[in-house]
Design a protein around this ligand. Structure first.
Ligand code: FAD
Length: 520
């Protein structure tokens, strides 16, 4: 056995996961490896997955793609935050923005805000972004300058998640999932990825129980060294052929279904809100994702509390007449993760690896992170077990950490107006979260008290959800009574002034994207 890297990669599945993996591997290794991607024309992709995390910019930078290259092709828009509506009570909203939390004299501004609430909106008082979103602003000026200039962009930019753990980049993207897959298909095939459209009908194992090939209906055997399972919830290679068990998160995150609609919109008339909105409902929540030519929307719900017909009816009422003629896409979700995502010579990426519900848009982040880890721990022909184990714990930690963060949303939500919401207060939470919840009542979350391993969510995100959802009592640090508050009050004022100035000078998203669309 040699320590030379394996060369022949077969990716099964052509959804967001399959094409992101193919494009990234080809950008990383060029023609030093051979990649074949097989996807079925009969089995569709999941057809949703349109909101992202701010780290996604590293993906496009790694591929050498500028926003002007790919955004118009994918009907993409900017996302500055998630807006949560009605999680505390009807009519209330707050933002979880892409903006670091400032601190004053060693205390986070949220702590100061609890002691000196300058208004009833912690998000507006502590973050500049909240006012920008209320004003439907773009994070870039019409000449393409970013609202803040302390981020490195272009070729000099660090282009992996790991290299960039410092400042918080101020936005993520919304895009049409099938257009992104199409764009990446072109990107990857132009760089040498072999594209096979066919059904995988059988998976071949060798005498050790490792994958030797997949058999397709019309193209025969596809042999490889490394197989990437991007077959979605089916988990055709990892879960079915290799029988790797699935660890369900359903006991702590009960939403297991979704119904989605694609609602037409007109960018020349309708405002493009620069955020994903998550509106709490009787048995879950509804997402609203503004894109250039339509709004993506869907109701994520738990079948134990609502049936699909009622969910669709509720969604249609929520959207109104604009969606009257639009067909609904009903989806059953598998919530949890494969026990190990990499087994023998098979790595599952995407829904086959794992999925929490889409509340904080982490599905594509999981994919991106997993691909980066695959490059980092890429195998050699001796199949060093330690590389596989390091990969598996990185991927597992990220999903388990996000699960805790999502559970906080439901546990923290003040609303308890029906059985679904009352149960969110009594249902078991993941092991260590119960203890953390107690700690956070006396001191807002910081690096020492959130899920300790990397999972993409800094402590400020926990602060936002805790203060925004409003159901868990939180107290300011007693020490704040002993510290002069002038600097903190000045910081609140500085945020207000900066927000006002930015709202005045930045264009609306509509203006920004009309300019991009018109190619000016
Ligand atoms: P799929 O899209 O299901 O693709 C599976 C592929 O496998 C297809 O190409 C299919 O043809 C192929 N295939 C299957 N069987 C065979 C076979 N026998 N032979 C050949 N090919 C085969 N993520 C986010 O980041 N943000 C969001 O806002 C978001 N919203 C979501 C909302 C919902 C309701 C759900 C369910 C998910 C959401 N996600 C979101 C997650 C996101 O959609 C997925 O992570 C992403 O689309 C990746 O899907 P996939 O490529 O793993 O699987």
């Amino acid at each position: 056995m040699t320590h030379a890297p394996v060369r022949d990669v077969v990716i099964v599945g052509g959804g967001t996961a399959g094409w992101m993996t193919a494009a990234y591997l080809t950008a990383a290794f060029g023609d030093r490896i051979n990649i074949t991607l097989v996807e079925s024309a009969d089995v569709g992709t999941i057809g949703v997955g349109e909101a992202t995390f701010s780290d996604i910019r590293h993906f496009f930078e790694f591929l050498g793609l500028a926003e002007r290259d790919w955004m118009p092709a994918c009907n993409a828009t900017y996302k500055l935050a998630v807006r949560f509506e009605d999680w505390r009570e009807p009519g209330h909203h707050f933002y979880h923005p892409f903006e670091q939390l400032r601190s004053v004299k060693g205390f986070p501004l949220t702590d100061w805000w609890l002691r000196y609430p300058t208004s009833d909106r912690f998000d507006v008082d502590c973050f500049v972004m909240a006012s920008l979103i209320d004003g439907n602003r773009s994070p870039r000026y019409l000449d393409n300058r970013l609202l803040e200039q302390d981020f490195v962009e272009g070729e000099a930019a660090p282009n992996t998640i790991a290299e960039y753990q410092g400042a918080q980049f101020p936005y993520a993207y919304h895009f049409e999932a099938h257009l992104l897959a199409k764009y990446l298909t072109k990107y990857a095939t132009q760089r040498g990825v072999r594209h096979v459209v066919d059904n995988v009908v059988d998976v071949g194992l060798d005498e050790r129980g490792w994958l030797s090939h997949v058999r397709t209906a019309e193209h025969g055997r596809l042999d490889g060294d490394l197989f990437v399972d991007c077959t979605g919830f089916r988990g055709l290679l990892l879960n079915k052929a290799l029988e790797e068990p699935f660890v369900s998160y359903q006991d702590t995150l009960p939403n297991d279904s979704a119904v989605a609609l694609q609602v037409p919109m007109d960018m020349d008339k309708d405002p493009l809100r620069p955020c994903t909105t998550a509106t709490a409902q009787d048995a879950g929540w509804i997402w609203t994702i503004p894109l250039i030519s339509r709004i993506g929307t869907g109701y994520v719900y738990a079948r134990d509390y609502m049936d699909p017909e009622e969910a669709e009816r509720t969604l249609r009422e929520f959207v109104g007449p604009a969606a009257a003629d639009v067909p609904a896409n009903h989806i059953r979700m598998r919530i949890g993760r494969s026990r190990r995502s990499w087994v023998n010579n098979c790595v599952a990426i995407g829904l086959s690896s794992g999925f929490v519900e889409p509340l904080e848009s982490t599905g594509i982040f999981f994919i991106h992170y997993a691909i980066e880890q695959l490059v980092k721990y890429y195998p050699a022909a001796d199949w060093d077990l330690s590389l596989r184990e390091q990969y598996n714990s990185a991927v597992m930690n990220v999903m388990d950490g996000v699960r805790e963060f999502l559970v906080l949303h439901y546990r923290g939500a003040k609303r308890a107006d029906n059985q679904y919401w009352r149960d969110t207060k009594t249902r078991a939470v993941p092991d260590a979260l119960a203890e953390r919840l107690e700690l956070w009542e006396s001191k807002v979350p910081d690096t020492g008290t959130v899920y300790p391993r990397y999972h993409g969510l800094p402590p400020y995100s926990y602060n936002c959800i805790l203060l925004g959802t409003g159901g868990i009592p939180v107290r300011p640090s007693p020490a704040l009574d002993l510290v002069d508050e002038k600097a903190a009050l000045a910081e609140f004022q500085a945020i207000k002034d900066k927000a006002r100035s930015l709202v005045r000078t930045l264009p609306t998203q509509n203006a920004y994207f009309k300019r991009m669309r018109d190619g000016v």
